[in-house]
Design a protein around this ligand. Structure first.
Ligand SMILES: *Cc1c(COP(=O)(O)O)cnc(C)c1O
Length: 462
């Protein structure tokens, strides 16, 4: 299996190379050259299997010979052993024909753990074999950073630097990043918003001297291995509702388009998904883009669902690449326009292709809060604000086909917003109950890439 860039000119890589690299050298994102198909019988045979067994079978065709079968089974087993629920991704019914996929039973209480725990194990195995070291730099609106620090802390071959927007993450998110004591993890509080952090990260990847000098590796959702890990739960949940003999739709609370793009891959592999519903908060660029065909950035307005406060949605580029029938030059042109004008117009053919799979909706701040309250009263579920955006938009799109809404974080990760909406204070699970007592380590920095690079150069171990 070979990986190609969405902008068409970067070197073609193996799975291992694409995983260890992150962003392609032409500024694009890696995608598989062809998407492997599973037959209806293959999918049917997932019924009754463990999450780990399905994970192995769904991901195996994508990893080539990077790991032996035994190695890959061990990697998967270790990745999910620390989850607080045996099913890993349990599916609960919240209404007629409506289900919530609980993706928040991992060590940092958000769906990011599914991918990050897996790539932590994969990096460890691959680097241990080659004797190489890498410097992981990630940008986060909160959940990616805590999941990355949790997955990579204490590993010998890796130093981890996480850029987060100072003052714009929840206290639980911040403490999950700043309280681990391992010497190889560094939480950097950057002046600005998430797009400032993500922009600085992209600049570092495009600075080849720096990139090669520190052996930069990316674990943002631009990393293909993360998207791949998220394909698995589309299969486990759909199969538990009768796939491939019954269609399902998914509603996905979306920011960087990584989680929902994994659903697109599952569909292309043969899972009968009717629609993938993009659910945005008031930062609704993806909803506007799908409705009008114009992708036009505006300022980020901080919301109660901060992990979706985004205007430049990185993984949308992957969806565009397939909508443009893998025309890297066309994608590169659009991304140039985005960089210089803050906007681009999706071609008629490409927007029609996108609309075959994707539909979209948005939830305002008031609607999100009201949904948290109503869901608790009528569904027996205390939702995090992101999941509430999803449930609200899902209800707007429900029909006769079963709808699965992705529950992306545990309510205790966003206690202030949940309490304001419902009057209930969601407690942290016992295993992290002392989070507020642990000392924090924070480095504050301006939103300036050279200042960030200087700190990284100074702190990496050699
Ligand atoms: C990251 C995140 C999202 C958005 O996921 P994308 O893959 O960036 O679209 C939604 N909800 C929560 C809780 C998250 O952490």
């Amino acid at each position: 299996m070979q990986y190609i860039s969405t902008r068409g000119t970067a070197p073609v890589l193996s799975f291992e190379e694409a995983m260890l690299t992150g962003l392609a050298r032409d500024g694009g994102l890696y995608v598989p050259e062809t998407i492997p198909a599973l037959s209806a019988d293959d999918i049917r045979s997932f019924r009754g299997q463990s999450y780990e067994d399905v994970a192995f079978r769904v991901m195996k065709p994508f990893i080539g010979d990077t790991f032996t079968d035994t190695e890959f089974q061990e990697i998967i087993a270790k990745a999910y052993a620390g989850f607080g629920h045996d099913a890993r991704a349990p599916l609960v019914q919240v209404g007629t024909n409506h289900y919530l996929l609980e993706l928040f039973h991992g060590p940092t209480l958000a769906f990011k753990d599914f991918a990050m725990q897996l790539i932590g194990q994969m990096f460890q195995k691959a680097l241990g074999r080659s004797g190489n070291r890498v410097t992981i730099v990630g940008a986060t609106s909160g959940d990616t950073g805590s999941a990355a620090i949790e997955a990579f802390k204490g590993l010998d071959a890796v130093d981890v630097f996480i850029l987060y927007p100072n003052g714009r993450v929840s206290e639980v998110q911040r403490r999950q990043m700043t309280t681990p004591t391992d010497a190889n993890v560094h939480a950097l509080a950057v002046e600005g918003d998430f797009d400032t952090c993500q922009g600085a990260l992209k600049d570092m990847f495009n600075d080849f001297e720096f990139r090669d000098g520190v052996r930069l590796a990316g674990v943002n959702s631009i990393n293909w291995a993360r998207v791949l890990a998220q394909v698995v739960y589309y299969f486990t949940s759909a199969v538990s509702l009768g796939a491939p003999d019954r269609k399902v739709s998914f509603t996905v609370p979306t920011g960087n388009f990584g989680d929902i793009f994994a659903g697109y891959i599952a569909q292309q592999m043969g899972l009968p998904i009717e629609k993938l519903v993009i659910a945005t908060n008031q930062n609704d660029i993806l909803h506007r883009a799908l409705s009008t065909g114009a992708y036009t950035t505006e300022g980020v307005i901080p919301s109660i669902s901060p992990s979706m406060d985004i205007q430049v949605s990185s993984n949308f580029e992957r969806a565009l690449f397939f909508a443009y029938e893998k025309d890297g030059a066309a994608v590169a042109q659009q991304m140039e326009a985005l960089k210089s004008n803050g906007a681009f117009t999706i071609s008629q053919g490409a927007i029609e292709a996108l609309r075959e799979t994707f539909v979209s909706g948005r939830a305002s701040e008031e609607e999100t809060s009201a949904m948290i309250k109503t869901a608790h009263e009528t569904m027996g579920e205390l939702l995090c604000p992101h999941s509430a955006v999803g449930v609200k938009v899902a209800l707007d799109h429900q029909g006769s086909i079963p709808m699965i809404t992705l529950g992306t974080a545990h309510p205790a990760k966003f206690p202030a917003a949940v309490e304001a909406a419902s009057g209930l204070h969601p407690p942290l699970p016992d295993r992290m109950a002392d989070l507020y007592d642990r000392p924090e380590r924070i480095t504050e920095l301006p939103g300036d890439v050279s200042a960030i690079q200087a700190v990284i150069r100074e702190r990496i171990r050699t």
